[in-house]
Design a protein around this ligand. Structure first.
Ligand SMILES: [Zn+2]
Length: 278
Protein backbone atom coordinates (compact mmCIF):
# COMPACT_ATOMS: atom_id res chain seq x y z
CA UNK A 1 0.00 0.00 0.00
CA UNK A 2 1.02 3.48 -0.48
CA UNK A 3 3.06 5.40 2.02
CA UNK A 4 0.35 7.99 2.35
CA UNK A 5 2.49 10.18 4.56
CA UNK A 6 4.83 10.78 1.67
CA UNK A 7 2.64 10.85 -1.36
CA UNK A 8 -0.43 12.30 -2.83
CA UNK A 9 -1.28 8.91 -3.80
CA UNK A 10 -1.36 5.30 -3.86
CA UNK A 11 -0.37 4.39 -7.37
CA UNK A 12 -2.08 1.10 -7.83
CA UNK A 13 -3.81 1.84 -11.06
CA UNK A 14 -2.31 0.16 -14.09
CA UNK A 15 0.00 2.51 -15.89
CA UNK A 16 -0.95 3.57 -19.36
CA UNK A 17 2.39 4.24 -20.89
CA UNK A 18 2.06 6.85 -23.60
CA UNK A 19 5.24 6.78 -25.56
CA UNK A 20 3.59 8.66 -28.37
CA UNK A 21 5.76 10.35 -30.87
CA UNK A 22 6.17 13.86 -29.61
CA UNK A 23 3.68 16.01 -31.42
CA UNK A 24 5.95 18.91 -31.95
CA UNK A 25 7.38 18.64 -35.37
CA UNK A 26 4.69 20.67 -37.07
CA UNK A 27 6.88 23.09 -38.89
CA UNK A 28 9.32 25.38 -37.16
CA UNK A 29 6.60 26.96 -35.05
CA UNK A 30 7.10 24.70 -32.10
CA UNK A 31 10.84 24.27 -32.24
CA UNK A 32 12.88 25.84 -29.47
CA UNK A 33 14.26 29.16 -30.61
CA UNK A 34 17.82 27.85 -30.32
CA UNK A 35 17.04 25.30 -33.02
CA UNK A 36 15.34 27.69 -35.39
CA UNK A 37 16.90 27.76 -38.81
CA UNK A 38 17.89 31.18 -40.13
CA UNK A 39 15.28 32.54 -42.48
CA UNK A 40 17.36 32.36 -45.62
CA UNK A 41 18.32 28.73 -45.18
CA UNK A 42 14.82 27.80 -44.14
CA UNK A 43 13.38 29.41 -47.24
CA UNK A 44 15.90 27.57 -49.39
CA UNK A 45 15.10 24.19 -47.84
CA UNK A 46 11.36 24.30 -47.62
CA UNK A 47 8.47 26.38 -48.71
CA UNK A 48 6.06 25.27 -46.01
CA UNK A 49 7.92 25.80 -42.71
CA UNK A 50 7.35 29.14 -40.99
CA UNK A 51 10.33 31.44 -40.91
CA UNK A 52 12.39 32.18 -37.84
CA UNK A 53 10.85 35.66 -37.73
CA UNK A 54 7.34 34.26 -37.80
CA UNK A 55 8.31 31.85 -35.05
CA UNK A 56 9.62 34.65 -32.88
CA UNK A 57 6.49 36.69 -33.50
CA UNK A 58 4.35 33.95 -32.05
CA UNK A 59 6.09 33.95 -28.69
CA UNK A 60 7.46 36.38 -26.18
CA UNK A 61 9.65 36.13 -23.12
CA UNK A 62 8.36 39.39 -21.68
CA UNK A 63 7.15 39.43 -18.08
CA UNK A 64 3.79 41.25 -17.99
CA UNK A 65 3.03 41.35 -14.30
CA UNK A 66 3.96 40.11 -10.84
CA UNK A 67 0.89 39.77 -8.62
CA UNK A 68 0.64 39.06 -4.90
CA UNK A 69 -1.65 36.06 -4.50
CA UNK A 70 -1.57 36.23 -0.71
CA UNK A 71 0.63 35.50 2.27
CA UNK A 72 1.63 32.40 4.16
CA UNK A 73 1.16 31.64 7.85
CA UNK A 74 4.51 33.32 8.55
CA UNK A 75 3.75 36.26 6.27
CA UNK A 76 5.83 35.27 3.26
CA UNK A 77 4.44 36.42 -0.10
CA UNK A 78 2.96 33.99 -2.62
CA UNK A 79 3.82 35.47 -6.02
CA UNK A 80 2.21 34.88 -9.40
CA UNK A 81 4.12 35.87 -12.55
CA UNK A 82 2.36 36.62 -15.82
CA UNK A 83 3.65 36.19 -19.36
CA UNK A 84 2.09 35.94 -22.80
CA UNK A 85 -0.91 38.07 -23.64
CA UNK A 86 -3.14 39.33 -20.81
CA UNK A 87 -5.96 39.82 -23.34
CA UNK A 88 -5.86 36.23 -24.60
CA UNK A 89 -8.87 34.02 -24.08
CA UNK A 90 -6.79 30.97 -23.11
CA UNK A 91 -5.58 31.30 -19.52
CA UNK A 92 -3.13 28.74 -18.14
CA UNK A 93 -1.27 28.26 -14.86
CA UNK A 94 1.84 26.37 -13.84
CA UNK A 95 1.95 25.81 -10.07
CA UNK A 96 5.51 24.83 -9.25
CA UNK A 97 5.03 23.65 -5.70
CA UNK A 98 2.56 22.93 -2.93
CA UNK A 99 4.75 20.64 -0.80
CA UNK A 100 7.79 22.54 0.41
CA UNK A 101 10.26 19.69 0.17
CA UNK A 102 9.41 18.90 -3.46
CA UNK A 103 11.88 21.28 -5.04
CA UNK A 104 11.98 20.27 -8.69
CA UNK A 105 8.77 22.03 -9.74
CA UNK A 106 10.06 25.32 -8.40
CA UNK A 107 13.10 25.02 -10.67
CA UNK A 108 10.87 24.39 -13.67
CA UNK A 109 8.59 27.30 -12.77
CA UNK A 110 11.51 29.69 -12.34
CA UNK A 111 13.01 28.53 -15.61
CA UNK A 112 9.73 29.24 -17.42
CA UNK A 113 9.58 32.70 -15.84
CA UNK A 114 13.13 33.59 -16.85
CA UNK A 115 13.85 31.72 -20.03
CA UNK A 116 10.90 30.15 -21.81
CA UNK A 117 9.06 32.32 -24.32
CA UNK A 118 5.32 31.71 -24.30
CA UNK A 119 2.63 31.99 -26.93
CA UNK A 120 1.05 35.40 -27.38
CA UNK A 121 -2.20 33.56 -27.88
CA UNK A 122 -2.23 32.58 -24.20
CA UNK A 123 -2.38 34.39 -20.86
CA UNK A 124 0.23 32.47 -18.87
CA UNK A 125 0.54 32.52 -15.08
CA UNK A 126 3.36 30.88 -13.14
CA UNK A 127 3.40 30.47 -9.34
CA UNK A 128 6.74 28.99 -8.20
CA UNK A 129 5.35 27.98 -4.79
CA UNK A 130 2.10 28.37 -2.84
CA UNK A 131 3.92 27.13 0.28
CA UNK A 132 6.80 29.56 0.82
CA UNK A 133 7.13 28.66 4.53
CA UNK A 134 7.48 24.97 3.67
CA UNK A 135 9.95 25.84 0.95
CA UNK A 136 12.05 27.90 3.37
CA UNK A 137 12.03 25.13 5.98
CA UNK A 138 12.27 22.30 3.41
CA UNK A 139 9.18 20.64 4.88
CA UNK A 140 6.21 19.12 3.08
CA UNK A 141 3.62 20.96 5.18
CA UNK A 142 3.08 24.63 5.93
CA UNK A 143 4.28 26.38 9.10
CA UNK A 144 1.31 25.01 11.07
CA UNK A 145 2.04 21.46 9.98
CA UNK A 146 -0.88 21.33 7.53
CA UNK A 147 -0.58 19.47 4.26
CA UNK A 148 -1.93 22.06 1.82
CA UNK A 149 -3.02 19.32 -0.58
CA UNK A 150 -5.35 17.89 2.10
CA UNK A 151 -6.91 21.21 3.03
CA UNK A 152 -9.26 21.76 0.07
CA UNK A 153 -13.03 21.68 0.64
CA UNK A 154 -13.81 18.72 -1.61
CA UNK A 155 -13.77 15.50 0.40
CA UNK A 156 -12.01 17.15 3.35
CA UNK A 157 -11.59 14.87 6.37
CA UNK A 158 -10.14 15.65 9.79
CA UNK A 159 -6.70 14.06 10.01
CA UNK A 160 -3.48 14.97 11.78
CA UNK A 161 -2.32 17.02 8.77
CA UNK A 162 -5.49 18.22 7.02
CA UNK A 163 -5.96 21.32 9.18
CA UNK A 164 -8.74 22.19 11.66
CA UNK A 165 -11.30 22.86 8.89
CA UNK A 166 -11.61 22.91 5.09
CA UNK A 167 -9.57 25.79 3.63
CA UNK A 168 -8.38 26.70 7.12
CA UNK A 169 -4.96 27.79 5.87
CA UNK A 170 -4.17 31.24 4.46
CA UNK A 171 -2.26 29.65 1.56
CA UNK A 172 -5.28 27.55 0.52
CA UNK A 173 -7.67 30.49 0.78
CA UNK A 174 -5.35 32.77 -1.19
CA UNK A 175 -4.97 30.21 -3.99
CA UNK A 176 -8.70 29.50 -4.08
CA UNK A 177 -9.50 33.19 -4.45
CA UNK A 178 -6.85 33.61 -7.14
CA UNK A 179 -8.10 30.62 -9.12
CA UNK A 180 -11.72 31.75 -8.94
CA UNK A 181 -10.70 35.17 -10.20
CA UNK A 182 -8.26 34.11 -12.94
CA UNK A 183 -10.11 30.94 -14.04
CA UNK A 184 -7.34 29.08 -15.89
CA UNK A 185 -8.47 26.67 -18.58
CA UNK A 186 -5.43 24.49 -17.89
CA UNK A 187 -3.49 24.05 -14.65
CA UNK A 188 -0.40 21.93 -14.12
CA UNK A 189 0.19 21.23 -10.41
CA UNK A 190 3.75 19.98 -9.94
CA UNK A 191 4.80 17.41 -7.34
CA UNK A 192 7.34 14.65 -6.74
CA UNK A 193 8.52 11.84 -6.63
CA UNK A 194 6.46 9.28 -8.55
CA UNK A 195 7.28 10.19 -12.12
CA UNK A 196 3.72 10.02 -13.50
CA UNK A 197 1.02 12.18 -15.01
CA UNK A 198 -2.13 12.04 -12.89
CA UNK A 199 -5.06 10.57 -14.73
CA UNK A 200 -8.05 12.92 -14.98
CA UNK A 201 -11.13 11.78 -16.81
CA UNK A 202 -12.26 15.36 -17.21
CA UNK A 203 -9.83 15.98 -20.06
CA UNK A 204 -7.80 12.97 -21.13
CA UNK A 205 -6.51 14.79 -24.20
CA UNK A 206 -4.63 17.20 -21.95
CA UNK A 207 -3.38 14.29 -19.82
CA UNK A 208 -2.16 12.32 -22.83
CA UNK A 209 -0.44 15.35 -24.27
CA UNK A 210 1.42 15.93 -20.99
CA UNK A 211 2.38 12.26 -20.92
CA UNK A 212 3.79 12.46 -24.43
CA UNK A 213 5.62 15.73 -23.86
CA UNK A 214 7.26 14.67 -20.59
CA UNK A 215 7.56 10.97 -21.52
CA UNK A 216 5.94 9.97 -18.22
CA UNK A 217 3.27 7.28 -17.81
CA UNK A 218 -0.30 8.04 -16.80
CA UNK A 219 -1.50 6.80 -13.42
CA UNK A 220 -4.43 7.56 -11.18
CA UNK A 221 -3.21 9.89 -8.45
CA UNK A 222 -5.46 10.14 -5.43
CA UNK A 223 -5.75 10.10 -1.68
CA UNK A 224 -6.73 6.98 0.25
CA UNK A 225 -7.45 3.48 -0.92
CA UNK A 226 -10.26 4.09 -3.39
CA UNK A 227 -9.16 3.52 -6.97
CA UNK A 228 -11.25 4.21 -10.03
CA UNK A 229 -13.44 6.81 -11.67
CA UNK A 230 -16.29 6.44 -9.13
CA UNK A 231 -14.20 7.44 -6.12
CA UNK A 232 -15.36 10.57 -4.29
CA UNK A 233 -13.31 13.72 -4.86
CA UNK A 234 -10.33 14.09 -2.56
CA UNK A 235 -9.21 17.15 -0.61
CA UNK A 236 -6.60 18.14 -3.21
CA UNK A 237 -6.30 21.23 -5.34
CA UNK A 238 -6.67 19.10 -8.48
CA UNK A 239 -9.83 17.46 -7.20
CA UNK A 240 -11.34 20.75 -6.02
CA UNK A 241 -10.61 22.51 -9.30
CA UNK A 242 -11.89 19.72 -11.51
CA UNK A 243 -15.05 19.37 -9.41
CA UNK A 244 -15.91 23.00 -8.71
CA UNK A 245 -14.47 24.98 -11.63
CA UNK A 246 -14.90 24.66 -15.40
CA UNK A 247 -11.19 24.32 -16.26
CA UNK A 248 -8.83 21.36 -16.13
CA UNK A 249 -6.19 20.65 -13.52
CA UNK A 250 -3.68 17.82 -13.76
CA UNK A 251 -1.24 16.66 -11.10
CA UNK A 252 2.22 16.06 -12.50
CA UNK A 253 4.55 13.95 -10.38
CA UNK A 254 8.12 14.55 -11.42
CA UNK A 255 10.62 11.77 -10.67
CA UNK A 256 12.53 11.80 -7.38
CA UNK A 257 15.76 13.10 -8.87
CA UNK A 258 15.10 14.60 -12.29
CA UNK A 259 17.97 16.04 -14.26
CA UNK A 260 18.27 19.75 -14.85
CA UNK A 261 17.80 19.09 -18.57
CA UNK A 262 14.51 17.31 -17.91
CA UNK A 263 13.21 20.14 -15.73
CA UNK A 264 14.17 22.90 -18.16
CA UNK A 265 14.45 21.60 -21.72
CA UNK A 266 11.75 18.92 -21.48
CA UNK A 267 9.29 19.87 -18.74
CA UNK A 268 9.20 23.66 -19.07
CA UNK A 269 8.29 23.96 -22.76
CA UNK A 270 6.53 20.57 -22.72
CA UNK A 271 3.97 21.59 -20.11
CA UNK A 272 3.30 24.82 -22.00
CA UNK A 273 2.93 22.92 -25.29
CA UNK A 274 0.36 20.62 -23.67
CA UNK A 275 -1.54 23.74 -22.63
CA UNK A 276 -1.13 25.19 -26.13
CA UNK A 277 0.77 28.05 -24.60
CA UNK A 278 4.24 27.63 -26.15
ZN1 LIG B 1 3.37 16.79 -3.51
Amino acid sequence: MCAVTLCDTPLMYPFTRRALPVLLAVGGLLLPAALAIPTGQAAARTTSAPTAEADTDMRSNALRERRLVGRSVQGRPIWAYRKGNPQAERVVLVLGQMHGDERAGVRTARHIIRRVPVSRRADVWIIPTMNPDGYAADTRNNARGVDLNRNWPTGWEPTSTSGPAPASEPETRAMRAFLKRVQPTFIASLHQPFGVIGRSDKNMRYVRRLSAELDLPIARVQVGDCVGPDCPPGPTLTSWYNTRQPGYCVTIEFPARPSEAFLTTTAGPGILRAMFAY
